[in-house]
Design a protein around this ligand. Structure first.
Ligand code: C2E
Ligand code: MG
Ligand code: MG
Length: 692
């Protein structure tokens, strides 16, 4: 059954419809035709049988006379009319003596296919023979048992039934032919009005799908209410589908564009740059112009964020982006790779011209609304350039090379353009190695501190010391590159806290044995001081180690940019209120302004070693030292002279009333055990300056 259903499913609608019509006609024809045909067949058989009997009845009287008179001629003549009638198999006229006066013989009819069945089913009651002793001697002598002859007849029922069933079969065949003709007509009409239009619709839909237009409308002229409605509804749905597809395609395009763009500046992002670089590098031909990748970084951009807040930082980034786009409007698109790093690709014919153009566009002066007033911010850019295929051949390595060029530009003092060089690459590698080492040491606390004494120039007493960071014990100087890297990456913040913790641990138990005005000096990075909770954490540490705040001195280098930083000002004020002293380190080497000195209170000014090392011979150095000492006196600050190596330098500084001295003359930086011994020896043999 299922197989039939499956077969029907795959048949065309026309074939199925025709099949059902034909089947219906045949079955109904057979049922009704069969019922009607059966009735007429039965009547026909009985009628034929009746006629055959009747004919025998007709010859009965003449046959009696003929037999009585032994008139064989008449008998023959009577039987003659039955010679042509196959309804009888045999007719015999026999005398009472058994003598045969005449007979008719027919070969039995061949029964048709269903004749025996029909005979048995419906005509079993019909007698197949007739045997009548009807030839009495006279009409008056009808005594029983006295006859002149008899008539015997055998009917050929098969013949009679054959004739009648032939009519039945004729009805059947006619029904079949009629059904067939009807089927063909129905099929033709159905195909013309439904099948063919449906096929045309299917073909058109398929063609549209093949051409990639799944929602194209059907431009078909079909007749018939239902088909017209089908086409109209399909077209309505197709139009709706097309609109939906268009919206979806547009949304996809926008989404794709968004994933390739930076949301803030709408420049393309790093992923897109890498993708396009890959295509450009693949298309590079030998001998053609090189591909130049330039990346820009805003110098000290974090300061803009720190000072003015994120919103102004964002506005500054947008401004830089638009300036760069404007400056190189003839070039390829601009990319924003990360925070304040932008990139662009060039195919320069004239390299010198490009370099000049790039160098001219490294300054951006812009007016931004900051703190409810308009501030003019001057931003400078550093740029790094790398060339393909000369420096690198893959997108990532080209980007890396351009970053090395950028690092080189930063190293060279910012606001300049530097092209990749292998030496800069080596330096970058060293930096990365340094950073790794630093992280390692910070994680396992495997670093050392050295302490260098600070001595009162007046009486030679020990007034303090400076804690200095060392990778390993016994090293003479600090790992400067490492500290720079820590500063550049922000690692200086956790490292600085660890240094404070270690120095407090070392000195907390030592303090009672030292003079009351002995101060432990610790170098602090400006980055630590802009951490909002720095003062709070330091206070907690002081409490934890029971270290009096007034015995702590924080050395900070010149950082004019911090003047307006709220966190810095807060930390500074809170710590000074606690009693912590502040020294301005390396004074004279940076750009400390008088404003900085006045607004941010310092207890000590530390004159840098570079103004001391050539004393007493160098008059210029002496002039600077004298001026700084006077300034410090005017500001009410005490002074520390760094790098005193000779007694002459010490004497000169004492003469000019500097407060404290620090240098190899007194002691080189040493570890805590050596420092304890140093204190002990100094107590035993106090060093009295010559003039004292
Ligand atoms: P700084 O704070 O000015 O430290 C003084 C530097 O001068 C130390 O160098 C010290 O060893 C050196 N020095 C002192 N007296 C003499 C002398 O008579 N002759 C010579 N040639 N040098 C002398 P160091 O330890 O190499 O430190 C260099 C700089 O590294 C420091 O300068 C400071 O800026 C930084 N630094 C050192 N330790 C730390 C630290 O723990 N944290 C931070 N943030 N910076 C540190
Ligand atoms: Mg210092
Ligand atoms: Mg210094």
């Amino acid at each position: 059954m299922k197989r039939v259903e499956r077969r029907l499913d795959t048949c065309s609608l026309t074939a199925r419809f025709t099949f059902f019509v034909v089947m219906l006609t045949v079955v109904s024809g057979l049922v009704f035709g069969g019922l009607l045909g059966y009735d007429s067949m039965r009547d026909e058989v009985h009628e034929q049988y009746r006629i055959a009997n009747q004919r025998l009845d007709f010859i009965q009287e003449p046959a009696r006379f003929a037999l009585y008179h032994l008139d064989t001629e008449t008998v023959r003549a009577l039987l003659q009319s039955f010679q042509q009638d196959p309804a009888y198999r045999r007719i015999d006229l026999v005398s009472d003596q058994g003598e045969n006066f005449g007979h008719v013989n027919h070969a039995p009819a061949q029964p048709a296919l269903l004749t025996p069945l029909i005979k048995r089913a419906f005509f079993n009651d019909l007698p197949a023979a007739r045997d009548e002793r009807l030839f009495h001697v006279s009409q008056f002598n009808t005594r029983k048992g006295i006859y002149v002859g008899r008539l015997k007849a055998d009917f050929d029922l098969d013949h009679i039934i054959n004739k009648a069933t032939a009519a039945l079969f004729t009805t059947f065949w006619l029904t079949c032919i009629q059904a067939l003709v009807l089927g063909i007509l129905v099929a033709a009409v159905f195909y013309a009005s439904v099948g063919r239009p449906l096929q045309a619709i299917t073909r058109t839909i398929r063609r549209h799908a093949r051409r990639g237009q799944p929602f194209a409308t059907l431009d078909l002229d079909v007749s018939g209410f239902e088909l017209k409605r089908l086409v109209r509804h399909y077209n309505e749905h197709a139009s709706r589908g097309e609109r939906y597809l268009n919206e979806l395609t547009e949304a996809n395009r926008v989404l794709d564009e968004q994933t390739r763009r930076d949301p803030l500046t709408q420049d393309y992002n790093r992923r897109e740059l890498v993708r396009r670089l890959a295509a450009m590098l693949a298309g590079l031909e030998s001998g053609s112009e090189p591909l130049a990748l330039v990346i820009w970084d805003i110098d000290g951009f974090s300061r803009v964020n720190d000072r003015y807040g994120q919103d102004i930082g964002d506005a500054a980034l947008k401004e830089v982006s638009s300036r760069l786009r404007h400056a190189f409007s003839d070039g390829a698109p601009l990319y924003r790779l990360q925070a304040d790093i932008f990139a662009m690709c060039f195919r320069p014919r004239d390299m010198d011209h490009l370099t000049t153009r790039l160098s001219d566009a490294l300054r951006v002066e812009t007016t931004l609304e900051a703190e409810k007033s308009c501030s003019t911010i001057e931003l400078t850019l550093s740029a790094g350039m790398a060339l393909a295929p000369e420096h690198a051949a893959t997108p990532e390595s080209l980007l890396h090379a351009a970053h090395i060029g950028l690092a080189n530009a930063k190293h060279a003092g910012q606001q300049c353009l530097r092209t990749y060089s292998p030496e800069a690459g080596e330096r970058q590698k060293r930096k990365v190695a340094a950073l790794l080492l630093l992280k390692e040491r910070l994680a396992d606390g495997n670093f050392a501190l050295a302490y260098q004494p600070k001595v009162c120039l007046k009486d030679g007493s020990l007034k303090g010391c400076e804690a200095l960071f060392r990778l390993n014990r016994g090293e003479l100087s600090a790992p400067y590159e490492l500290l720079q890297e820590a500063e550049a990456t922000g690692l200086i913040i956790p490292l600085g806290l660890e240094i404070i913790r270690r120095a407090l641990t070392d000195f907390a138990p030592l303090l009672p044995a030292l003079d009351d005005d002995f101060r432990l000096g610790i170098n602090i990075s400006p980055q630590q001081l802009v951490e909002p909770d720095f003062s709070h954490r330091l206070e907690q540490m002081l409490q934890h180690y029971r270290f009096p705040a007034n015995r702590l001195e924080l050395e900070i280098t010149e950082a004019t940019q911090l003047i307006n930083n709220h966190a810095f000002k807060d930390n500074h004020r809170r710590l000074r209120d606690l009693g912590v002293s502040f020294s301005l380190d390396d004074f004279g080497t940076g750009y400390a302004s008088i404003e900085y000195l006045l607004f941010i209170g310092f207890d000590f000014l530390k004159i840098d070693r570079q103004f001391v090392k050539d004393l007493p011979e160098d008059a210029n150095s002496l002039r600077v030292c004298r001026a700084v000492l006077t300034l410090a006196r005017e500001l009410g600050c005490r002074t520390v002279i760094e790098g005193i190596e000779t007694p002459a330098q010490e004497a000169l500084m004492r003469k000019h009333q500097a407060t404290l001295g620090q240098g190899y003359l007194y002691a080189k930086p040493m570890d805590i055990d050596a420092f304890k011994r140093y204190c002990h020896t100094r107590k035993a043999t106090p060093r009295i300056p010559p003039e004292a």
